[in-house]
Design a protein around this ligand. Structure first.
Ligand code: ADP
Ligand code: MG
Length: 698
């Protein structure tokens, strides 16, 4: 098949709907998708039937309501289409009711107290704004997969999609108000868009299977640095090896079938690290797609005797993985609100939207940071790695200069071309392509979008986009309210830009975000620098956060509390797993190997007793080994104790703090000894694959 035929062949997309639905039904469904008008029962029946026929023709036997519980991964329960007929045979059925609502047995998903056991039910509701599709497994089984929202009996969101949809509605409403205030009468909706770049590592499956830490914790807890790391910078954008290329090819094929626009692929900075970037879509569809991307990356890897590591920091000493969340806003007519325009008035509007984002980010850096807070991401944020935990915005020198001049009421000359004063009907030509990229910024304006680079590679991008949409909505709301009241819109716009710049320009930083000076400078500017997930998550449960999310009907106080509980608990669980894995590996694999070698050295010393010179060598080696071994043994005991103490703490936050302060440190200390041992014990005795195996033998 041609690629153009393969692409989207497993999606119940607009083309298929048009072909298969009666005209009136198609129209009604489009209205629901575009404007959120509720779908009538009889129409749902027709859609369901068409969907079923299409799916069965393509080999499906089952359907599933696919949803995104707060675990961060997706969930599905498969039901077959069969329904008993009176004559004892079966017919294939799928009703509108089955399409629209489901009731999975959801009692084992985390709800953070939102669901008492007596109302343990959870409901799924069809999200028709994200198209249904077919999922194919490795053996060719096909399932009709219906994206759904997941909520409790009382309508509380138990998932990541519900608040995302709510936040999209909020940002659309407020952005439209700004546009209307500027005399735009044609735009009806504004959609937040995102293109998430996904980083990942590949490792040979046979090595992976021998590493309990990779298998159970997703990262190497031990591992001495290999003789070669990423210092030669020979991997980034380097030629892709055949084996990896084969993998990427199969991955693309699978993604394309599901309508996922996998576009760019390349080697990343670290050895065995890669990236895939899709073409952007609505924040809702892009989030669904990114979940599928992560899942498919892992599945396809296994089929190729590889394993795909999505952890933020699988290996110490080389780059970790993140997601670059490229976010923007676009009207239903396709106008990108974060792209400079051709006319002065378009540019006033552009500068207003940029200013709004500056205000939003400077007001809520804590919320943005909280959306990226996981145990895995702690290894990146605040650990001398890209990006830092301090949130600042890069907008480039030119844009900063324009805003600065508007703020000070100065005439503007950009690159000597135009001289204008703002507040009247004139504005400089704004450079369209902002090539002056800053790779170190956590929040960079890249010409027509903002690139939020803090999101962890294993995380759902939903949370960050919920936050971006909502903080943007609030800033637009305030701007719209001012503009609506003003007689002279342009001069009010200039005032708004000035006020925002004066109050919030502290968040602008165009320099090197990795430098020590920036940490000090940011502190002077009063920008928060939170280096651990537990503290970062606390931003969700402040009055400021409740007020913001409640005002725009995105998340209630209760829903925020439940998320906080679940994420903090997830942190503790993750660190606990790491502790148990570390203990297990040391006790069952590493100590026995090191002791075996110690015994060998002792024997050698004994055997060589009569040979004066050489006998001193094993003795000396044994002595050195003994020191490290003893230290490792002590640190093992300390880790066991720290884990036990933390496990015993009932209160969620205190427990997580204990894991962070005691257990994380104990694992690190133990690692120092174990990594030293690795350099002392012979390769044939060392029980687990080394960094060289994992990183360079793809
Ligand atoms: P790079 O950042 O490497 O230069 P691009 O600028 O081409 O790459 O795009 C990076 C990502 O940003 C891609 O996923 C792309 O689809 C996405 N992107 C481009 N325009 C937009 C937009 N208007 N809204 C959201 N994402 C966008
Ligand atoms: Mg990029």
């Amino acid at each position: 098949m041609e690629l153009t035929e393969v692409f989207g062949s497993n999606v119940f997309n607009d083309k298929v709907m048009k072909q298969r639905l009666p005209k009136e039904v198609y129209k009604a469904l489009r209205k629901t998708i575009e404007e959120g008008i509720p779908l009538k029962g009889d129409i749902a029946d027709v859609v369901a039937n068409a969907m079923k026929d299409w799916a069965i023709e393509k080999g499906a036997t089952h359907y599933t309501h696919w949803f995104q519980p707060l675990t961060g991964i997706t969930a599905e329960k498969h039901d077959s289409f069969i329904s008993p007929a009176p004559d004892g045979s079966v017919v294939m059925e799928f009703s509108g009711k089955q399409l629209v609502q489901g009731e999975p047995d959801a009692s084992s998903f985390p709800s953070g107290g939102l669901r008492a056991t007596f109302e343990a039910r959870g409901y799924t509701a069809w999200d028709c704004t994200s198209p249904a599709f077919l999922k194919e497994d490795g053996s060719g089984n096909v399932t009709l997969t219906i994206p759904t929202a997941f909520y409790s009996y009382r309508g509380e969101a138990l998932d990541k999609k519900t608040p995302l949809l709510r936040s999209m509605r909020a940002v659309s409403r407020q952005a439209i108000r700004v546009l209307k205030a500027f005399g735009n009468t044609t735009s009806e909706r504004v959609t937040s868009t995102v293109g998430p770049e996904q980083e990942y590592f590949l490792v040979d499956k046979k090595f992976y299977m021998q590493r309990l830490d990779l298998l159970l914790a997703g990262r190497t807890i031990f591992g001495a640095p290999p003789p070669k790391g990423q210092e030669l910078e020979d991997q980034y954008f380097g030629a892709i090896k055949d084996r990896v290329s084969d993998y990427m090819h199969s991955l693309d094929a699978e993604l394309w079938k599901m309508g996922i626009t996998s576009k760019t692929k390349h080697n990343e900075v670290a050895p065995a690290q890669f990236e895939m970037a899709p073409i952007f879509d609505t924040t809702n569809i892009a989030t669904d797609h990114n979940q599928l991307v992560m899942e498919t990356m892992q599945k396809v890897a296994v089929r190729n005797d590889l394993v795909c590591l999505l952890h933020e920091k699988p290996y110490a000493g080389i780059n970790g993985s993140g997601k670059h969340n490229n976010w923007s806003l676009s009207t239903n007519e396709g106008l990108n609100l974060l792209e400079p325009g051709n006319t002065p008035s378009e540019n006033v509007q552009f500068l207003l939207f940029i200013s709004a984002m500056i205000k939003a980010v400077d007001t809520y850096p804590d919320i943005l940071r909280a959306t990226c807070a996981t145990a895995g991401n702690d290894h990146r944020l605040g650990a001398n790695e890209a990006p830092p935990a301090i949130i600042s915005i890069f907008i480039g020198e030119e844009l900063a200069e324009i805003l600065e001049k508007i703020a000070s009421g100065e005439k503007i000359s950009t690159r000597g071309q135009q001289f204008v004063s703002v507040g009247v009907d004139t504005l400089p030509v704004i450079p369209k392509d902002n090539t002056d990229r800053n790779r170190t910024s956590p929040f960079a304006f890249t010409g027509n979008k903002f690139e939020f680079r803090m999101v962890g590679s294993a995380q759902s991008i939903a949370g960050s986009n919920v936050a971006l949409n909502t903080i943007a909505a609030e800033a637009f709301d305030e701007i719209a309210s001012r503009l609506e009241k003003a007689k002279d819109k342009n001069s009010e716009a200039a005032k708004i830009i000035r006020d925002i710049w004066k109050k919030h320009n502290r968040v602008i930083f165009n320099g090197n975000n990795y430098s020590e000076e920036w940490v000090k400078e940011a502190e002077k500017r009063g920008l928060p620098n939170i280096n651990n997930a537990v503290d970062a998550l606390k931003a969700f449960v402040t009055e400021k956060s409740f007020k913001l999310f409640e005002k725009y009907d995105v998340l209630s106080r209760k829903e925020l509390h439940s998320r906080f509980e679940i994420y903090v608990e997830a942190y503790s669980k993750q660190i606990n797993i790491e502790a148990l894995v570390a203990i297990d590996m040391v006790k069952k694999q590493i100590l026995p190997a090191a002791l075996e070698y110690a015994a060998f050295l002792a024997d050698a010393a004994d055997d060589l007793k009569s040979v004066k010179g050489p006998a001193a060598i094993p003795e000396d080696m044994l002595k050195k080994l003994g020191i490290v071994l003893t230290s490792a043994y002590k640190n093992l005991a300390k880790l066991e104790k720290a884990a036990e103490r933390s496990q015993a703490i009932r209160e969620t936050v205190k427990c997580a703090e204990s894991y962070r302060d005691l257990v994380v440190t104990a694992i690190k200390n133990l690692r120092v000894d174990i990594d030293k041992l690795e350099t002392m014990v012979p390769a044939k005795t060392w029980p687990i694959p080394t960094y060289t195996d994992l990183l360079f033998k793809l």
